[in-house]
Design a protein around this ligand. Structure first.
Ligand code: CMC
Length: 365
C-alpha cells in the first residue's frame, strides 16, 4: 500500500490551468496572471477570466456584465420559500438552501451540455449577491432591495445589503474582496466540488458541495472567526494578553497559518492595504491598529515557541475590511462564497472537460 499522507498534505491530485500557487515565494496567479495585477480589475473581468480562460476584451466584458445584470433578480416564489426558515447566525446555511432552491427554478438544472453549463454559470455568479443580501434583510425583518443595473457587481451588493450607494473606496474594497476570494487552486471546498463534478453530478450540486465545505472554521468560516475575535479583543491594549492566553490553551488563532503558504499570503498583503485606506477614510484606525498588533504579537510568539513565524492568511485582513464596511460577521462566509463561485464554476467545467472519477483509497487499520 502507498504511504498515507494525513490531510493529503503535499499530495498532487490533478492538473489545472486555472491557478498557480508558490507557497514559498508567496505567489498566486489566476490563469497565469499575478493576483496583484488582477486586484485592480473589476470582479466581472476576473470572473470572465476564470470561467473562460482569457481576459475579456471591451466587447466581451460589456456583454458579460450585461448578462450578469440581466440575471441578478431571484424568483419571488423562492423568496417566499426561504422566508419559511430561520437561519439564525449561520447565513451560509441560508445560502446553501437558497442555491438548492435556485436549482429547482432553473429549467437547465439537469442539462449537462457546455451551453447549459455556461448559462447556469452566469445565473449562479449573478444571483449569489442578491440571495445573500435578500436573506440577510428578510431575516432582520427589513424589506428586500431589488438589484440596481446601474451599479457594478460589488456596488450593487452593498446597495442591496444596506440600502445606500457605497462610496468609491467602499466599492473598490468590495470589488477587491470578491476578486481575492475568487480562486485558490485545490483548497478544501474546490476539492470537494471537483469530487462531486467527477461523478458527473450537475453544477448546482457541485457548488453546494463547495458551500458545505467552505463553511468550516478551518476554511472559509475562519473569516467570521476573525471578526468575532476582533470584537472579543476589543482594543489594541488587550491584544497581547488575549493572544498569549489563547496560545497557552493551545487554541488556534483564526486568520493565521496556511497549508500551502509558508510566507505572507499575497492576498493578505492586498487586503491589509485596503484596510489601512478604509481606516483613513473613516477616520478610525482602531480595528486596523488592533489587527496589526495581533499580527506582530503572533509573529514574535511563534518565533519564540516554534523557531519560525506565522503569517496572516486571506481571512485575517479581509475581516478587518468587513469591519470597516460594517458587514455583520454572520455574513462573512457567504460573502467569501460570492467571490469564490467563479473559481468553483471554472473548476467544475475543467473537471467535466477531462473527467475521471476521483476515488482515492484508504488504509484499513
Ligand atoms: N494558531 C495557532 N496555532 C497554529 C495556527 C494558528 N492559526 N495555525 C497552525 N498552528 C499550529 C498548529 O497548532 C500546529 O501545531 P502542532 O504541530 O503543535 O500540532 C502547527 O502550527 C501546524 O499547523 P497545522 O494545523 O498542522 O497546519 P495545517 O496545514 O494542517 O492547517 C490551517 C492549516 C490553515 C488549517 C491552520 O493554520 C489553521 O487552523 N489556521 C486557523 C484557521 C484559519 O485561519 N483558516 C483559514 C485558512 S486560509 C483560507 C482558506 O483556505 O480557507
Amino acid at each position: 500500500m502507498e504511504e498515507m499522507k494525513k490531510g493529503l498534505e503535499g499530495v498532487v491530485a490533478l492538473d489545472t490551468k486555472i491557478s498557480f500557487i508558490d507557497g514559498i515565494q508567496g505567489i498566486l496567479k489566476y490563469r497565469g496572471i499575478n493576483i496583484e495585477d488582477l486586484a485592480d480589475l473589476s470582479y466581472d473581468a476576473v470572473s470572465y477570466l476564470l470561467i473562460n480562460g482569457k481576459i475579456p476584451d471591451e466587447t466581451e466584458l460589456s456583454e458579460y456584465s450585461q448578462e450578469l445584470k440581466k440575471n441578478r433578480r431571484i424568483n419571488g416564489k423562492q423568496i417566499e420559500v426561504l422566508k419559511e426558515f430561520d437561519f439564525g447566525i449561520e447565513a451560509l446555511d441560508g445560502l446553501r438552501t437558497a442555491i438548492s432552491c435556485t436549482a429547482h427554478f432553473d429549467n437547465e438544472n439537469n442539462h449537462h451540455t457546455p451551453d447549459a453549463n455556461k448559462n447556469k454559470s452566469i445565473r449562479l455568479v449573478a444571483k449569489f449577491p442578491t440571495i445573500v443580501a435578500a436573506l440577510h434583510r428578510s431575516g432582520h425583518g427589513e424589506p428586500i432591495i431589488e438589484p440596481d443595473s446601474e451599479l457594478s457587481h460589488a456596488a450593487n451588493f452593498l446597495f442591496m445589503l444596506k440600502g445606500k450607494i457605497p462610496t468609491k473606496l467602499e466599492t473598490e474594497a468590495m470589488e477587491k474582496d470578491l476578486i481575492l476570494s475568487a480562486e485558490h487552486e485545490l483548497n478544501p471546498s474546490t476539492f470537494s466540488l471537483r469530487i462531486a463534478a467527477s461523478t458527473l453530478s450537475d453544477m448546482y450540486s457541485a457548488i453546494i458541495c463547495g458551500l458545505c465545505t467552505l463553511k468550516g472554521p478551518l476554511h472559509g468560516g475562519a473569516r467570521k472567526g476573525v471578526m468575532d475575535m476582533l470584537d472579543e479583543v476589543g482594543s489594541q491594549e488587550n491584544a497581547r494578553d488575549y493572544i498569549v492566553q489563547k496560545l497557552e490553551r493551545k487554541e488556534k488563532i483564526m486568520g493565521f497559518g496556511h497549508r500551502v503558504y509558508k510566507t505572507y499570503d499575497p492576498r493578505a498583503m492586498i487586503y491589509k492595504d485596503v484596510a489601512r485606506r478604509l481606516a483613513i477614510e473613516k477616520a478610525d484606525c482602531s480595528w486596523f491598529d488592533m489587527a496589526e498588533e495581533i499580527e506582530h504579537i503572533l509573529y514574535h510568539e511563534f518565533i519564540e515557541l516554534r523557531g519560525k513565524p506565522i503569517y496572516p492568511n486571506v481571512d485575517f485582513y479581509s475581516a478587518v475590511v468587513y469591519k470597516y464596511l460594517e458587514i455583520p460577521a454572520e455574513l462573512a462566509t457567504s460573502i467569501f462564497a460570492m467571490g469564490r463561485v467563479s473559481g468553483w464554476i471554472a473548476h467544475c467545467m475543467e473537471q467535466y472537460s477531462d473527467n475521471r472519477v476521483i476515488r482515492p483509497r484508504a488504509h484499513s487499520v
